[in-house]
Ligand binder design. Structure first.
Ligand code: FAD
Length: 451
């Protein structure tokens, strides 16, 4: 960590003027963390890392002042939003400034099917605001109640709704992003259409996003459903049928193998011992068709309107990476993986992986669309022994044509399936962050000018 000398820190703060600033190092250290502790490997690598000062811009003008000061003083800056990332995305590796972006949360406008919003807005606040207009975000992570729209675009991939629209990477799922550059005289750039992908999942290394234009979906009255099956493969097969049934309007289809539901707290009542489950969110008018398709293959144990208002625990908080969290609450010895199954051999490959690691890799799938095909993302809970064994499990998945987006590494490249950063993102970083000050260490391929 590059430590700023006290006078250098003081000069930096003087330079950005009256932007609200926190220097209490206990607070700064606490805010420099995210959910990297899900990974025993990242937990070892990242637990001591921290920024040296926290700054909380009130608006975009403040963001520009902070970016300019950091560029002039050659001080690293890491953006933090909800702090719910899983790979230490918001953990500063080289000290410097932590920029809390959450005050930029105003909705600029809503038009039919589109919203323009400040990046710091929480996704549940956005959907609550949209409800009266009959629209909602196309997708959100299972951390919807704490995560921001900007953090989702800069650090996330997809979630509830991806069964219909795919992930954020699919064309049309991010319409535009407004970005502040990291230069002595920062520019404000509007990235529209494909160009907005330059900031998607780049962990804040390619600019400070201040506003986003996101496409919307019709807001249905969603019904949370739990269906119980004798075997995991029956839950997967039924989930697949629903995913392919275009007339049944759904937002979430998550098969979960026993014994994972035994860790499900309040939901446990609806999960009989020894049974695997399918968690689903179905539009109310489609519920009858959903039940007809199910027939007598499984038993519905829960059927209730989705409620994610304060104090409630919606069913989606048992899915995506919340499934892992539910288990971690009781057993800190487990961890997880992120898999992508080939769409043309989906059921076979799921069964192969289940048989390859029957007790060590406990299956949990999420139906998604990927490049226009229905397939599954897997977020299995893994009984952790050591790094070597985890890498062996990853290797055997990849040998079996199940791709892994490794959640036990902190760089953009190492986590991605392509093992290299997208050329556009790297080129754009050279353009807007010549000194490599934005979240340094997270984009491995980048070699900046000397500071
Ligand atoms: P942060 O964690 O604060 O930031 C994430 C990254 O984005 C960091 O690199 C940060 O520097 C950068 N960043 C944030 N805001 C900006 C900005 N304005 N400009 C530039 N860079 C910025 N992810 C999914 O995709 N789908 C899921 O279903 C999902 N489920 C999860 C469940 C649990 C229990 C947990 C702990 C995590 C889960 N995640 C999931 C990961 C994470 O919650 C989401 O990606 C979330 O959207 C991150 O938003 P955040 O506001 O917390 O961002």
């Amino acid at each position: 960590m590059t430590e700023l000398a006290p006078h250098a820190l003081e000069a930096l703060i003087v330079d950005w003027g009256d932007v609200p600033t926190v220097t209490d190092i206990k607070v700064v250290r606490r805010r420099s963390r995210d959910f990297f502790w899900y990974s025993p490997i990242l937990n070892e690598q990242l637990s001591g890392k921290s920024a040296e000062v926290l700054v909380i811009p009130r608006d975009e003008v403040d963001v520009v002042r902070v970016a300019a000061a950091c560029a002039r003083h050659r001080v690293p800056l890491t953006v933090r939003a909800g702090g719910t990332g899983n790979y230490g995305q918001a953990v500063p590796l080289a000290g410097g400034v932590l920029l809390d972006i959450t005050e930029l949360s105003a909705i600029e406008w809503v038009k039919p099917g589109v919203i323009r919003v400040g990046v710091g807005a929480k996704m549940n606040a956005i959907d609550a605001e949209l409800q009266a207009s009959g629209w909602e975000l196309r997708m959100h992570p299972s951390t919807k109640r704490t995560a921001t729209i900007g953090g989702f675009v800069a650090g996330g991939s997809g979630g509830i709704g991806s069964v219909n629209y795919g992930g954020l990477r699919e064309p049309g799922n991010i319409l535009a992003a407004r970005v502040v550059t990291m230069e002595e005289t920062p520019r404000i750039i509007e990235l529209r259409g494909d160009a907005a992908q330059k900031v998607n999942r780049a962990y804040g290394t390619t600019g400070i996003i201040t506003a986003l234009e996101m496409p919307l979906a019709p807001a249905w009255r969603w019904i949370d459903v739990v269906v119980v099956f004798d075997s995991f493969m029956e839950a997967v097969e039924f989930g697949y049928e629903v995913a392919l049934a275009d007339g049944i309007v759904k937002k979430l289809l998550s098969p979960v193998t026993w014994p994972l539901p035994s860790y499900f707290g309040a939901l446990k009542t609806y999960c009989p011992d020894g049974k695997s489950i399918l968690i689903a969110m179905i539009a109310e008018p489609s519920l009858e068709s959903f039940k007809n398709l199910l027939g007598s293959r499984g038993e519905i144990t829960l059927e209730t309107a989705t409620d994610d208002s304060p104090g409630q625990v919606p069913l989606y908080e048992y899915t995506w990476n919340h499934t892992t969290l539910q288990v971690l609450k009781a057993d800190r010895s487990v961890t997880y993986l992120q898999c992508l199954y080939p769409h043309d051999r989906l059921l076979q490959k799921v069964d192969d992986m289940r048989q390859m690691f029957p007790d060590e890799v406990l299956q949990h799938l999420e139906f998604i669309r990927f490049n226009g095909h229905v397939t599954c993302s897997g977020l299995p809970v893994v009984r952790f022994t050591d790094a070597a064994r985890l890498n062996e499990i990853i290797r055997r998945h990849e040998e079996s044509e199940v791709s892994i987006a490794n959640p036990h590494v902190y760089t953009v490249e190492d986590g991605s399936r392509y093992k290299r950063v997208d050329a556009d993102q790297l080129g754009f970083k050279h353009e807007i962050d010549p000194y490599g000050l934005l979240n340094p260490g997270k984009m491995r391929s980048f070699v900046g000018r000397s500071r």
